[in-house]
Design a binder for this molecule. Structure first.
Ligand code: TMP
Length: 207
């Protein structure tokens, strides 16, 4: 895996299943650090248009290959407009999801060969992968409860086996690379989880 340190600005990603709380914690962490808060997909105007295609439940015929490439296009635009300029200015970047979501969802979940997803993402990112990945882990039963009260998008409508593979994929990546990943227990209170995230970032990155 390519992990690039580009300067004083650090690139941190929050990952996990839908409804795990990562968006809330991305906001809290970015506020704490005075970082640029962003997200994949949809972190740019063009990315938002791509995200609509990806999430639209009418687009059931979208092929797995097209999905990988649309997400890679979002990612390349995000690198050019948000990630690279922010890091170049010495700003920290906190992103709600990253290329690791593609490895989990399109690779482990959809079954697109991991190396294809990795190399496509790497090309889109020009080698700029997050330095620290915080995986917010919440048991499927709790996630199912949270999801039962919302309208599901195209990804969320995928069957339970898909979501199990995604979860296992995240766990596999985190276990294989403990230097860059940290699994955070997402079942605690919002304050507890935020404190764990904050102290991990301080410990790992010194910020
Ligand atoms: P979220 O931003 O609300 O979590 O939803 C984003 C959805 O997009 C989520 O279901 C995961 C999916 N996704 C992928 O499948 N691959 C990716 O690379 C990214 C960034 C997101």
């Amino acid at each position: 895996m390519v992990l690039t340190v580009t300067g004083p600005g650090r690139y941190i990603a929050l990952e996990g299943a839908e409804a795990c709380g990562k968006s809330t914690h991305a906001v809290l962490l970015a506020n704490e650090l005075g970082a640029v808060l962003t997200r994949e997909t949809g972190g740019t105007r063009i990315g938002a248009a791509i995200r609509q295609i990806l999430h639209d439940t009418d687009n059931h015929e979208l092929s797995d290959h097209a999905e990988v490439l649309l997400i890679a296009a979002d990612r390349a635009q995000h690198l050019a407009e948000v990630i690279r300029p922010s890091l170049a200015q010495g700003r920290h970047v906190v992103s709600d999801r990253s290329a690791y979501s593609s490895l989990a969802y399109q690779g482990y979940g959809r079954g697109v060969p991991i190396e294809v997803v990795r190399s496509t993402s790497d090309w889109a990112l020009d080698g700029t992968w997050p330095e620290l990945v915080l995986l917010i882990d919440v048991p499927p039963e709790i996630l199912a409860q949270r999801m039962s009260v919302r309208e599901l998008d195209r990804f969320e409508q995928a069957d339970a086996a898909f979501h199990d593979r995604v979860r296992a994929g995240f766990a596999t990546m985190a276990a294989a690379d403990p230097q860059h990943w940290l699994v955070v227990d997402g079942t605690g209170s919002m304050d507890e989880v935020a404190a764990t995230i904050r102290s991990t970032v301080r410990e790992r990155l010194g910020i």
